[in-house]
Design a protein around this ligand. Structure first.
Ligand code: BTN
Length: 262
């Protein structure tokens, strides 16, 4: 069943100070990232959130697309103006906020696949794409683009059938997108403000990392490394123990489980 997103129901649930207080809703967009970028360039207040019911050209990490049909999921981009030293924290705060919101609203246990995919079981429920623009003078902005599969059957989508999931699939019933969005933004703001006060956010993220202790292959740029994911550093980098015993630090990439490949 597809239901229209109610801005009133969302606003009634939103308990933030500034994140999502300005919501710009579009029934259909190519990508919320582009509209958010234009807003950011125009000095829009921090926390401005662009939400689309459908995206015609939704973008994922590493040049991939993001399946974005109407009436089902959450696709939104939030304009942030962090100090440059908090930029990397965003990649940890968002997946942690999504995990906490999923657990608040549904009781489903949610974990993080390094660096910032949200999983239920071994399947991907949500993704985070952070674009940023920082000049030499230090001032700049980040656009955090979030896609969460909410009331959605992945099975007709070949690219998601084996690896993706949604809240309704896992729960066996639909949940209100308005409640989910308000919960994610609430947890995000709490964690973001903590990071800005200098509190560490890395521990909460690391405690949810499903990747640690696993035998993985990580692709980054044109390189591939294989080994055991041993640790995650405070800036979010992954530490891999290679088969020869040496350690390598990887800042960003795509993890696949070697166990899963057999
Ligand atoms: C990933 O590859 O895991 C990141 C997916 C990010 C998708 C979201 S949906 C809202 C925003 N607009 C986009 O085009 N992409 C992000």
């Amino acid at each position: 069943m597809s239901r229209e997103f109610s801005i009133e129901a969302f606003q009634a649930r939103l308990a933030t100070r500034f994140v999502g207080r300005r919501l710009v809703y579009h029934a259909s967009l190519p990508s919320t990232q582009d509209v958010a970028r234009r807003e950011a360039e125009r000095d829009t207040p921090e926390g401005t959130t662009i939400l689309a019911d459908e995206q015609m050209a939704g973008r994922g990490r590493l040049g991939r697309g993001w399946v974005s049909p109407p009436g089902a999921n959450l696709y939104f981009s939030v304009v942030l103006r962090p100090a440059a030293e908090h930029l990397r924290a965003l990649g940890m705060i968002w997946p942690l906020a999504i995990c906490r919101a999923v657990e608040d609203v549904t009781d489903l246990p949610a974990r993080v696949k390094w660096p910032n995919d949200v999983l239920v079981g071994s399947r991907k429920l949500a993704g985070v794409l952070i674009d940023s623009e920082f000049g030499d003078s230090g001032g700049g902005y980040a656009i955090a683009g979030i896609g969460i599969n909410v009331n959605f059957d992945v099975s007709p989508h070949e690219e998601l059938r084996d690896t993706g999931t949604s809240i309704s699939t896992e729960l066996g019933r639909e949940v209100a997108r308005e409640e989910m969005l308000a919960a994610v933004l609430g947890h995000f703001e709490e964690l973001y403000e903590a990071a800005r006060r200098g509190e560490p956010v890395h521990d909460g993220w690391k405690a949810r990392l499903d990747t640690l202790g696993r035998h993985v292959r990580v692709r980054f740029g044109d390189s591939v490394e294989e080994g055991v994911a041993e640790d995650a550093e405070p800036d979010g980098a992954l530490i891999l123990r290679r088969p020869d015993g040496s350690r390598v630090r990887i800042e960003a990439g795509e993890v696949t489980l070697r166990e899963a490949e057999g």
